[in-house]
Design a protein around this ligand. Structure first.
Ligand code: HEC
Length: 116
């Protein structure tokens, strides 16, 4: 290999590494922190984007749909309080499963279901 080829190879490798680094650091911003705990703990009953599946609606007639109307009635804090204390029989407290910070993140993430 000639010297200029070696330099060309090294510099294209370096550009490649920087590029991959950019992708890796950009990913978490696209994926809000509350997403994973929501999918793990809430999705089963509340649906991927806050619309409960029919089976859950049938099982829990009172289950909430997280739509724009819901968020006019529930503040960030009131959602965190529900997650901490639970509500009625079927909406359990998540204080043993989620940290306070995670509850805040989950409550924030839920708002993205309606945010445009
Ligand atoms: C076992 C099913 C189930 C799971 C899992 C579940 N929920 Fe619920 N959730 C319910 C039901 C049922 C209600 C309606 C409770 C009621 O009003 O009696 C409810 C209500 C709510 C409400 C509205 C309470 C109100 O004041 O109207 C919020 C907010 C909520 N859930 C958030 C969550 C979040 C966030 C998670 C995950 C950390 C979660 N839920 C997991 C079943 C579930």
């Amino acid at each position: 290999m000639k010297k200029h080829q070696v330099i060309a190879t090294i510099s294209s490798l370096a550009i490649g590494i920087v590029f991959i680094g950019r992708i890796a650091t950009a990913a978490p911003q696209d994926d809000p922190k509350g997403k994973a705990p929501f999918e793990e703990n809430c999705r089963k009953c509340h649906g991927v984007r806050g619309i409960p599946p029919k089976t859950m609606k049938a099982k829990f007639p009172k289950i909430a749909t997280f739509d724009a109307d819901f968020f006019t009635k529930h503040t960030q804090d009131s959602i965190v309080t529900i997650l901490t204390k639970g509500k009625n029989e079927d909406m359990k407290s998540f204080k043993d499963k989620l940290s306070h910070d995670q509850m805040e993140e989950v409550a924030k993430y839920m708002r993205t279901f309606v945010a445009k």
